[in-house]
Design a binder for this molecule. Structure first.
Ligand SMILES: Nc1nc2c(c(=O)[nH]1)N[C@H]1C(S)=C(S)[C@@H](COP(=O)(O)O)O[C@H]1N2
Ligand SMILES: [Mo]
Length: 388
């Protein structure tokens, strides 16, 4: 028996229509747009060299943009699934006989859609697994997620441009109205009305947001049973990598620990008691992880600028921040640009929420700077070096 390949006319539901696709597509486009812009920002914030200095204010800026990034990405998952479902029959359309030029254009359009679908699926799955701290990828997440984002947004713009006439007509007409762009065989009532399908889709998107947004929005924590971080953790702040996982438990509590601060050949070594003897400041600043969760804490410690002054450094220079953690490879060394190094709120934190810093939060001493991606808030500090 020969099984026939599906043909577009086998899909008869009125739900699979441009009217539905355009509406879901519009919100999907908005989500992708927000995701793209907030993603660019996050990528830039992690660049070592920043021609335009990333601002240290507002201190909660990155918390909001990265929270939005993950929330819009999560909301896009049900939207993309519904969108693909509505346009699925078109996959089996054979181009009618056309002249060569038209055939070429149709071919190009199909290729752009293939690229769009593949890159969109890649963006959402790589992003979601990252928010779940599940690093199954055999490549650098950040580089790949960034590169494919340009492919996705490019293909999206081509797709919108090509479809603009259809989108326009679909959005201007009532969603239940069957009009010229419907497939001729898509005439049977579906399991629900088109409005019903749209409502269900918005509900699914909203539910995805509510279930995960609690990772960033404290008020939603109780609702967000699927949030990756619960807001629990020592001293009320989640822990990304524990001291045990980082392999620092012995060095961290050793009396021999020193923070080495250097500026050219001027070098000082500071013990925790040395740091505690310096003027102590308290700042309320968030830890905002690229994975989307964030939490605010009251950090106490020494101003970075005060420590840099000990080695005769101008607070307005870039500095290299290193952890004594050995089993990197990620995030144990990074550059703190002068826009942060020179900010009075940037602390070498020794305490959190009224207690000595927990081992998991970076004891004996960690960096905490305003408006900085969590991955660059280095824990278990070893040395600080003013860049020449
Ligand atoms: N040395 C070191 N510092 C680090 C990390 C790490 O793995 N090692 N993780 C970073 C990441 S990804 C985040 S989100 C924050 C989390 O800080 P917390 O665990 O105190 O909440 O620490 C950052 N500092
Ligand atoms: Mo993080």
């Amino acid at each position: 028996m020969k099984v026939a390949a599906p043909a577009p006319e086998h899909f008869t539901s009125r739900l699979r229509s441009p009217a539905v696709a355009a509406r879901v597509g519009m919100w999907l486009g908005i989500s992708f747009g927000i995701c793209f812009l907030t993603g660019l920002l996050s990528h830039y914030a992690q660049n070592t060299s920043q021609p335009i200095p990333f601002p240290a204010s507002p201190s909660w800026g990155y918390r909001v943009t990265q929270g939005l990034h993950v929330v819009t990405g999560t909301a896009a998952v049900p939207l993309l699934l519904v969108k693909l479902w509505t346009v699925f029959p078109r996959l089996f359309e054979r181009p009618p006989s056309m002249r060569a030029r038209q055939l070429l254009l149709t071919g190009l359009e199909r290729v752009s859609i293939l690229v769009l679908v593949a890159s969109a699926i890649f963006m959402l799955t790589s992003g979601l697994t990252n928010t779940a701290s599940w690093y199954v990828w055999g490549f650098g997440f950040r580089a790949a997620h960034y590169a494919v984002a340009w492919v996705a947004i490019g293909a999206l713009l081509v797709h919108i441009a090509v479809k603009l006439p259809v989108i326009r007509e679909a959005l201007l007409n009532d969603v239940e109205a069957t009009h010229s762009h419907d497939r001729p065989t898509a005439v049977e009532a579906g399991v629900m009305s088109r409005r019903g399908l749209l409502r269900t889709t918005w509900l699914a998107g909203g539910a995805a947001v509510l279930l995960t947004a609690g990772a960033s929005v404290p008020l939603l924590r109780k609702v967000s049973v699927l949030a990756v971080r619960s807001g629990d953790g020592p001293q009320g702040i989640p822990v990304n990598r524990s001291a045990k996982a980082a392999g620092v438990t012995v060095t961290a509590v050793s009396d021999a620990w020193r923070l080495t601060v250097s500026n050219g050949d001027q070098v000082v070594e500071l013990s925790r008691p040395d740091l505690l003897a310096m003027p102590q400041r308290t700042e309320t600043l968030p830890i905002a992880c690229v994975e989307g969760w964030s939490a605010s804490g009251e950090w106490t410690g020494v101003r970075l600028g005060d420590v840099l002054a000990l080695v005769g450094a101008d607070a307005a220079s870039d500095v290299t921040i290193s952890s004594f953690q050995e089993n990197g490879p990620y995030y144990t060394v990074n550059t703190l640009q002068k826009s942060f190094a020179g900010d009075d709120r940037t602390l070498l934190a020794l305490g959190l929420n009224g207690e000595a810093l927990a081992l998991d939060h970076g004891y004996p001493c960690r960096l905490v700077a305003p408006n900085r991606p969590g991955v660059l808030q280095t824990k278990w500090l070893g040395s600080i070096e003013v860049q020449a």
